[in-house]
Design a protein around this ligand. Structure first.
Ligand code: BDR
Ligand code: CA
Length: 316
């Protein structure tokens, strides 16, 4: 089995990403590294600990990452999407705090150690800003040649952003970190809005979880209903909520869920389009393509996998 690290700003779809990973026997979730975004770092860590407890997996270790981008100071970090994810990141649903603490080793050192220990067998799935992996690549650049695929949720190739005209939420928080990763030569697959906005969940599916009558089923249904409701307000044309973060986990587990193109992506770090991801036209003829960008998704198959894996976990 491959080893998996999730790097999360634990909001609602990050929570569903945890559930998808725990419901997938092909991978072993060896740790969650915390980042900021949907909520502040501390709240995200709290959610990751509480959610893994509630889903019956208190063995999953949680590591503290960096609290903000290197270009921001701590006074300017704010949760970016309380409206979408709730003040507490999990749809304002109240669940017991974990008795566990985050690990004392930092997220950065944990990522570096795991890359050295597991090499190609390590899958790393960041579904928030890319601050932690950028810091790890800065501290130990050699890990890019050791570790397996980095399947990141963020950015967009063919559509506009979701927090501004240009920028997707995760990349917008730390464009410089994304730039560092995209230039690093690490083996990375970008799961952007192009595909994640095609994988949608509705009340019909959350009802199936609620009907299980379990604690986990009720929790997942309650948080996801909050998220669907927010999407009804912000993006009524979609007819459901975007399964952004779980799709990245889905692809890490089974890359055939998406079709990708080898493209060297660029991140705009200056000017009015700061945070935009776009194909780098200076490297169009570069034979060395490091990044794969998802351009098509088998949404029906993903949705089936999603319900199967999470349903199995929630039924226990
Ligand atoms: C991304 O932004 C966050 O709000 C979600 O958790 C997801 O990772 C979508 O743009
Ligand atoms: Ca996220």
């Amino acid at each position: 089995t491959k080893k998996l690290i999730l790097d999360l700003d634990t909001g609602i779809d990050d929570t569903l990403a945890i559930a998808y990973a725990l419901g997938s026997s092909e991978v072993e979730l060896i740790g969650i590294t915390g980042t900021y975004g949907n909520v502040l770092l501390e709240q995200g860590i709290r959610n990751s600990l509480a959610v893994t407890d509630l889903l019956g997996h208190p063995e999953v270790k949680v590591y503290q990452g960096l609290p903000h981008a290197s270009t921001t100071d701590s006074f300017n970090v704010k949760p970016i999407s309380a409206f979408i994810h709730g003040e507490n990141g999990i749809g304002n649903v109240d669940i017991p705090d974990s008795q566990r603490m985050p690990e004392t080793e930092s997220a950065i050192d944990f990522i570096i150690d795991a890359a050295k220990t597991f090499g190609q067998d390590l899958l790393y799935v960041p579904t928030g800003p890319l601050t932690n992996i950028a810091a790890a690549l800065k501290k130990a650049p050699e890990i890019k040649d050791h570790m397996g695929n980095i399947v990141l949720m963020g950015g967009a190739l063919t559509v506009c952003g979701n927090v501004s005209t240009w920028s997707e939420a995760n990349i917008s928080q730390d464009p410089d970190a994304a730039d560092l990763l995209f230039r690093s030569g690490a083996d990375a697959t970008m799961i952007g809005l192009d595909v994640t906005l095609q994988t949608l969940l509705t009340y019909q599916e959350t009802k199936q979880w609620r009907d299980l009558g379990t604690k986990a089923g009720n929790f997942l249904a309650d948080v996801t209903d909050y998220y669907i409701k927010a999407y009804e307000t912000t993006s009524p044309h979609l007819g459901g909520c975007g399964l952004h973060d779980p799709l990245a986990v889905g692809v890490a587990v089974d890359p055939t869920l998406v079709t990708t193109l080898p493209i060297n992506m660029q991140v705009d770090v200056e000017g009015p389009t700061r945070g935009r991801t776009i194909g780098d036209n200076t490297r169009l003829n570069d034979p060395n393509k490091t990044m794969q960008v998802a351009v098509q998704v088998d949404a029906n198959r993903f949705l089936k996998e999603f319900m199967f894996r999470i349903g199995g976990l929630a039924a226990q």
